[in-house]
Write a protein that binds this ligand. Structure first.
Ligand SMILES: CC(C)(COP(=O)(O)OP(=O)(O)OC[C@H]1O[C@@H](n2cnc3c(N)ncnc32)[C@H](O)[C@@H]1OP(=O)(O)O)[C@@H](O)C(=O)NCCC(=O)NCCS
Length: 187
């Protein structure tokens, strides 16, 4: 399996057509989905019919180095979740969004910070990225803490995305964090 990125404890790789069950299992945990859907799982047929085909198509579209990447523990190879680096739809490839979704068993070990930090490094030194942003719900403290640990800067409040009005805490809207290449170099 081709490695996309290695950290101290993790290997990131591209997803393949055989990975639907990993994504289905990840999205079936209500705790993982708490601030994304309010806890509802993603239907397996949606993962198979739409999510995974889009993930694979986007590697082609974005040149192979942007997209959604499966993260595995180096020690034992367990799938722990995914990280994403992606441009806006039809946006420039040098401005990307960072995201992460990890299995509950992997929380609290510094993995989100470790994987994200390595992705920022790759984005700014190898991929020609100039700005990385990240968004989450205002009340998603864990996700915000990751952004803050990455030395990303609070860049403002954003409205709750359409369809997420029923999610706990959505009345507080969302937050956006950013880091530019210059800020990353001075961190
Ligand atoms: C949010 C998430 C990625 C955090 O992953 P993680 O690997 O546990 O994060 P880290 O261990 O790197 O933690 C980074 C910091 O945030 C803190 N933190 C993590 N989760 C937290 C939580 N739920 N509440 C408060 N602080 C939290 C950690 O303690 C750590 O700070 P510290 O080093 O000072 O102790 C993980 O909980 C997750 O995947 N959740 C479900 C999906 C999701 O909400 N994704 C983000 C959507 S925008």
């Amino acid at each position: 399996m081709d490695t996309y990125l290695e950290t101290e404890r993790l290997t990131l790789r591209r997803f393949t057509a055989g990975d639907a069950d990993l994504l289905i299992e990840l999205d079936s945990d209500p705790a993982v989905m708490r601030y994304l859907t309010g806890g509802a799982p993603t239907a397996p047929e949606v993962v198979r019919g739409r999510y995974l085909p889009n993930i694979l198509a986007n590697y082609e579209k974005w040149g192979g180095d942007l997209g959604l990447f499966a993260a595995e523990e180096k020690d034992g190879g367990a799938f722990i979740g995914w990280f994403i680096l992606r441009p806006e739809p039809e946006g420039p490839l040098d401005e990307v969004e960072l995201g992460y979704r990890l299995r509950q068993a992997a929380w609290g070990k510094g993995y989100a910070t470790e994987g994200s930090r390595a992705l920022l490094g790759k984005a700014f030194t190898e991929l020609g990225v100039r700005r990385v942003r990240a968004e989450t719900m205002t009340v998603n403290r864990g996700s915000r803490n990751v952004m803050e640990k990455l030395a990303m800067t609070f860049a403002g409040n954003i409205p709750t995305p359409p369809g997420m009005e029923a999610v706990e805490g959505s009345e507080h809207g969302g937050v956006r964090y950013e880091i530019t290449k210059e800020q990353w170099e001075r961190r």
